[in-house]
Design a protein around this ligand. Structure first.
Ligand SMILES: [Cu+2]
Length: 150
């Protein structure tokens, strides 16, 4: 008859090794989903986002000319704390004075010129970039861009 002799020291060592392997597996399992698909801000750098001012025009069946000014794209997404340089090129319309609601940011976009804004939102939310000239449908708007901060 054979006996397997296990020393107390090797039993403790085996248990420690098993615990280590288990911890490592658990750590790898829990961190699997956190790998970034797209790295948006490398080394605290500033990301550039471009907008343009655009215009929709149409003539209705009864000959009425209708138009609407807009920002394109109309929605942009930022991360909280992310540094972004927003560049808005004036294409359609001579002058678009604007504000960003919930901030003290304001300015104007002139045709053929690029307006630059340095943005860094510290609070999540949806901020509206509103053209004060074309703010509703009566003034050929609403010319609004939504800045979504996650
Ligand atoms: Cu406008």
């Amino acid at each position: 008859m054979q006996f397997l002799v296990v020393k107390k020291r090797s039993l403790i060592f085996s248990l420690l090794l098993l615990g280590l392997v288990f911890s490592a597996s658990l750590w790898i399992y829990l961190n699997m989903g956190s790998e970034a698909v797209v790295q948006t801000s490398v080394n605290d750098s500033t990301r550039e986002i471009h907008l343009v001012t655009g215009e929709f025009e149409a003539t209705t069946k009864d000959g009425k000319e209708i138009e609407a000014y807009r920002f394109d794209p109309g929605t942009i997404f930022l991360q909280k704390g992310e540094k972004v340089k927003l560049k808005i090129m004036g294409i359609n319309g001579a002058n678009h004075p604007f504000i960003i609601e919930g901030t003290d940011i304001s300015g104007k976009i002139l045709q053929g010129e690029e307006t630059e804004l340095d943005l860094q939102f510290q609070k999540k939310g949806v901020y509206r970039l509103v053209c004060l000239t074309h703010h509703d449908s009566d003034s050929n708007g609403p010319m609004t861009a939504y800045i979504v901060v996650n």
